[in-house]
Write a protein that binds this ligand. Structure first.
Ligand code: SF4
Length: 99
């Protein structure tokens, strides 16, 4: 299980996890406006891997991620995405197990 939060924040300069939640922008994947809070938790515990590309102009996204997420999460965020066929196979296998 991944450890979600950084063990040591860097007070007094740490950025609160929810500090930017009300910011919004057009999502290049979904094609509509999304709040930063969605980018933090896009239906999974790990933030969207595109956060660095999408938010670097608006906020100090590097510092935000470094302050709020463990090294494991940060490493998971920079992993290349799985090929779609592998994701589909995993979904099919999970469906078979639950039926
Ligand atoms: S970080 Fe992800 S969810 Fe957020 S706008 Fe970018 S692509 Fe969309």
């Amino acid at each position: 299980m991944l450890s979600f939060y950084a063990k040591e924040l860097r007070p007094p300069f740490s950025i609160m996890l929810t500090e930017h939640d009300t910011l919004s922008r057009r999502c290049p994947m979904l094609g509509h406006e999304v709040a930063f809070s969605y980018c933090r938790r896009p239906g999974q515990e790990i933030p969207c891997s595109r956060m660095f590309d999408c938010w670097w102009e608006a906020i100090d996204i590097q510092a935000f991620v470094a302050d709020n997420y463990s090294e494991e999460i940060q490493n998971a965020m920079i992993q290349p995405p799985k090929p779609k066929i592998l994701s589909l196979i995993e979904i099919i296998e999970q469906a078979r197990k639950t039926t």
